[in-house]
Design a protein around this ligand. Structure first.
Ligand code: EPU
Length: 431
């Protein structure tokens, strides 16, 4: 098992670049199943989730050629296999994003049900409801969802994707991708507005799809008969960028973050400003790929945070901001409205001296003057990031166990943080 050993209380400074977005890359890669022409991708992060997706796509007949550390060509050459097996799906829930493309391109799909994970129950009912509206039928067999398209081609329809916790990001990607090859026009109401959806729509449009409205709650897709190849550069990862901003803040550091999707981070930067962290764009060449200077001070103000669908505060930054607010001068209230159970980091941060009280979907964070290093257990991807950030600020040594969770979403984080002054190293220990 790999462990991060962090000697805290080191101020970070220097320049650090944001990698391509994992959560955009996963549905983007699945879109390669919609065509038998090659798609070239740049800025694909080198992560275990991406490798799992490559494995899945290979099983589904898509040949993958890696042309560089962050680039690859995906080319679907064999359309006979349409089964996303439990072995892969259980390691990566996002495997479900092959469902829409398979139904649209092959008229059938068998995808193992992902089940829950550390952050909650995570059903896929909205994905199925949306695809059913386009004419697919589903049955459940041995834990797999088996989808069929009577007549072989989906039909455009009006689809409502709102659920108890808002819209669904991957559900929107699934329905939007499927609708590109449907007969007629699809209108998706209550679509997810996340930047990753815009990126998927941009790729699909360059493949020949006719999508308008991506990034708003109403997406219109005019179906076409076929899609072709394309070249695509994945957007930078807004969650990695937000995590690096907190790294600067929590160490009273001074980081220049490049390739930073500032436009996609309004809620997070607004909180940072309330907390007293200076966030300044150094150029305005492209606000999705900006150079941003983030400077933390010695004292932080408290800040109340409620996670919401984009453009609200992202659930994927909740743990990292909680780590920061443990050191604020006062009390903050953090409410989780997307995954109400996503609080496994609370107990671990408490081991480092944080004063936290959780009740239901809310955590009360009473700021303390210092955190102290401790062995802590990573439980999911973003909780791990929160623990690493706390370790960077804490006095003494923090050991973050089970960093394989972190490796799912942050490429060589320890090496990159070390280049800006963190004392952090990866060690392998007996499990
Ligand atoms: N939901 C339903 N029914 C569904 C789908 C979702 O009730 O059919 C609920 C979920 O349980 C949750 C809410 O709707 O309460 C939002 O879930 P969503 O479907 O939007 O999540 P997702 O698409 O499965 C993506 C990201 C997550 C991120 C969420 C929310 C990827 C690969 N994953 O998941 O990222 O937290 O959107 O923004 O894009 C992460 O990167 O650490 C991560 C978990």
């Amino acid at each position: 098992m790999d462990v991060f050993e962090i000697e805290g209380s080191r101020r970070l400074s220097g320049e650090i670049e944001v990698n391509g977005s994992k959560n955009a890359a996963l549905p983007l890669m699945a879109a390669a199943l919609l065509t038998t022409e090659p798609i070239t991708f740049d800025d694909v992060p080198d992560l275990s989730d991406i490798r799992n997706m490559q494995m899945l796509l290979t099983e589904l007949g898509c040949a993958i050629e890696r042309t560089g550390q962050h680039s690859c060509i995906l080319h679907t050459t064999d359309t006979t296999e349409s089964h996303a097996r439990y072995d892969i799906v259980k390691t990566m829930r996002a495997s479900v994003c092959v469902l829409g493309p398979l139904l649209a391109a092959r008229g059938k799909a068998r995808v193992s049900l992902p089940g829950g994970c550390a952050i909650g129950q995570r059903p896929i009912d909205l994905h199925l409801r949306g695809l059913e509206a386009l004419g697919a039928t589903f049955e459940l067999q041995e834990g797999d969802v088996i989808g069929r398209v009577p007549g072989g081609r989906l039909r455009g329809a009006r689809v409502f994707l709102g659920g108890a916790f808002g819209s669904t990001v991957l559900g929107t990607a699934n329905v939007m991708s499927a609708a590109t090859l449907a007969e007629g026009t699809t209108v998706i109401e209550s679509a997810a507005c996340e930047p990753e959806i815009v990126d998927v729509a941009n790729l699909l449009n360059s493949m020949g799809a006719k999508i308008t409205g991506a990034g708003s709650p109403r997406i219109v897709v005019e179906g076409v008969k076929e899609l072709g190849g394309a070249n695509h550069r994945v957007i930078p990862d807004r969650i990695e960028a937000g995590t690096l901003m907190v790294a600067a803040a929590i160490t009273a550091g001074d980081l220049t973050i490049t390739n930073c999707p500032l436009d996609a981070l309004m809620a997070a930067t607004n909180c940072l400003e309330q907390i007293g962290v200076e966030v300044r764009a150094l150029d305005d060449e492209s606000s999705m790929r900006a150079r941003v200077r983030v400077q933390g001070g010695r004292a932080f103000n408290p800040c109340d945070i409620t996670t919401q669908p984009h453009p609200g505060f992202p659930t994927d930054l909740q743990a990292q901001f909680m780590a920061l607010l443990t050191l604020a001068d006062g009390t903050s209230v953090i409410t989780e409205k997307i995954f109400p159970e996503r609080f496994l980091h609370v107990a671990e941060l408490s081991r480092m001296g944080a004063q936290l009280f959780r009740q239901g979907p809310t955590a009360i964070v009473s700021g303390v003057r210092r955190l102290v290093g401790a062995p802590v257990m990573a439980s999911d991807l973003r909780a791990s990031a929160g623990l690493v950030l706390a370790g960077l600020a804490a006095e003494g040594t923090t050991r973050v166990l089970r960093v394989y969770h972190l490796d799912r979403g942050y490429e060589k984080l320890e090496e990159r943080l070390a280049t800006v002054g963190a004392q952090i190293k990866r060690v392998t220990v007996e499990d």
